[in-house]
Design a binder for this molecule. Structure first.
Ligand SMILES: Nc1ncnc2c1ncn2[C@@H]1O[C@H](COP(=O)(O)OP(=O)(O)OP(=O)(O)O)[C@@H](O)[C@H]1O
Ligand SMILES: [Mg+2]
Length: 463
């Protein structure tokens, strides 16, 4: 069942709160809490995350404006709709400047209120999406295409579909590049939470001191650079899925805090005192062997036990080589402009022979590089951009040197370097034109020239 939207109605007129609660709950899809004054409202707001607050402006002592200020500071994704009397019209406009989404005048018209609420929910989702992107933690692949027909892989997908429907926490394990993140997306997209946020946190890429505040948020002034309060990603993910990527890299102190959260659903913002509660489903992934990490004392056993209610193990590509031709077809279609590009039988034979230590990601890169290089519709053996040392591993025949004098079996970085060099030469060292041709900014070009130590021909040098 989809999660209900959490609504808080704040009004000192009990008849209004009663009416709103009854009406909204009868419609279904809403859970409605009620506060009869500003203080009660603030208490509730400290322990629960609401999608929408319907807020009376005029209340004794703590006014609607005070509550509104608290919400914009404390829970910026929550949308506030002010309930006003006609005479309050001017104040109502003022509240919108302070961050209220809209206002509805009392006595309210139900249809109008519902329409406003629906727009407010859309806006909340937009704010959340923006927040997630701002954090650059959400690395959605942008494609739900999951390719694989081998019996082992089909078995994995079947299991994923089965557990997706449940609320169970899932630990996805597999070597690097096997598609753990893709599977995590599938778990979310096939779950009843699919309309709610999917928030990915890469635990390995965030410095440990920051991870706690990224996850649980922080209060203003809780540390040197905390100029304003910030919601944690667990709040942003409320009602949806929290994806803890590279979970094996979390430090011991943060492991303890995460465990407490997973056991109780409760957490405190860094520097905060109030205990808050959210409902998220946690999917985690790692390329480490967590059982071994536990044995060696680097990972808490109780945390592993919590995360690993259901375990999905993705087999490495070398154990499902039947999938290679399908993946090649998929990547050539996706990566090359020509939709008819194919791999020659000799090239395919080599690709099948290879062990793919970098799994699907490595295959994807090889196909991407080879598609750029191959001139016609066929990717030939000589077009394959496999790292020379890896080519040796599969006893690839002597590496042919191209007429440009560089070996074709090189890494993508080498390809990039040579390509930049060629374009620079073509434009006689003109960086602006080179950047234009390459489709990158001159700054990026400058950085790449520096990084690869590319000699730049001087503009007058046409030899
Ligand atoms: N079965 C598949 N079908 C299509 N594309 C796939 C498949 N598996 C992986 N990929 C692609 O391979 C790349 C790597 O996948 P992903 O990021 O999910 O791997 P990962 O296991 O999370 O790797 P890492 O451990 O390095 O984080 C992505 O571009 C993904 O789209
Ligand atoms: Mg990953």
């Amino acid at each position: 069942m989809p999660k209900k939207f959490q609504i808080l109605v704040v009004d000192d007129e009990e008849s209004i709160t009663f009416l709103l609660k009854t009406e909204l709950e009868e419609l279904g899809g809403y859970d409605v809490d009620v506060a009869l004054n500003g203080t009660e409202a603030i208490n509730l707001l400290q322990s629960k995350i609401y999608d929408i607050v319907l807020l009376d402006i005029k209340m004794p002592r703590v006014s609607g404006i005070d509550v509104l200020k608290f919400i914009t500071e404390h829970s910026p994704t929550t949308q506030v709709i002010m309930l006003t009397n006609i005479v309050d019209y001017k104040t109502a406009i003022e509240t919108m400047k302070l961050g209220a989404y809209d206002f509805v005048s009392k006595p309210y018209d139900t249809d109008q209120l519902l329409a406003t609420m629906s727009r407010a929910l859309d806006r909340r989702q937009l704010v959340i999406d923006k927040e997630v992107m701002r954090n650059e933690l959400n690395r959605i692949t942008g494609s739900s295409g999951i390719i694989g027909e081998s019996p082992v892989f089909k078995n994995v997908i079947e299991n994923v579909r089965k557990v997706a429907a449940s609320e169970a926490f899932v630990l996805v394990q597999g070597l690097s590049g096997t598609g753990k993140e893709l599977i995590a997306h599938l778990l979310h997209n096939e779950s009843p939470r699919k309309e709610r946020p999917f928030v990915a946190v890469n635990c390995a890429s965030i410095p440990d001191q920051l991870l706690e505040s990224e996850l649980f948020g922080h209060e203003k002034g809780s540390f040197t650079n905390a100029y304003s309060a910030k919601q944690g990603l667990v709040e942003v993910a409320d009602g949806g899925t929290l994806f803890l990527d590279e979970v094996g890299d979390i430090s011991q102190p943060t492991q303890a805090k995460l465990l407490r959260f997973l056991e109780t659903g409760e957490f405190r913002r860094v520097g905060g005192t109030a205990s808050m509660r959210v409902g998220v489903r946690v999917i985690s992934a790692t390329n480490k062997n967590l059982q071994k990490e536990v044995q060696e004392g680097r990972f808490r056993e109780d945390l592993l036990y919590r995360l690993n209610v259901v375990s999905i193990q993705i087999p490495p590509l070398k154990e499902r080589k039947e999938d290679i031709p399908l993946l090649i077809e998929y990547f050539t279609k996706r990566k090359s402009k020509s939709k008819t590009k194919k791999v020659s039988p000799e090239a395919l034979a080599l690709l099948m022979q290879y062990d793919w230590p970098g799994n699907v990601r490595e295959l994807e890169h090889v196909i991407e590089g080879s598609s750029i290089l191959s001139q016609g519709d066929i990717i030939e053996l000589s077009d394959l951009w496999i790292n020379p040392s890896l080519a040796q591993q599969v006893h690839f025949p002597a590496v042919p040197a191209s007429n440009n004098g560089y070996q074709r079996l090189v890494s993508l970085e080498d390809l990039e370097k040579v390509h930049i060099q060629k374009v620079l030469e073509h434009h006689h060292g003109n960086r602006l034109k080179t950047a234009e041709t390459l489709g990158i900014t001159t700054k990026t070009l400058y950085l790449k020239i520096k990084r690869y130590k590319i000699p730049v021909p001087s503009p007058g040098d046409h030899s």
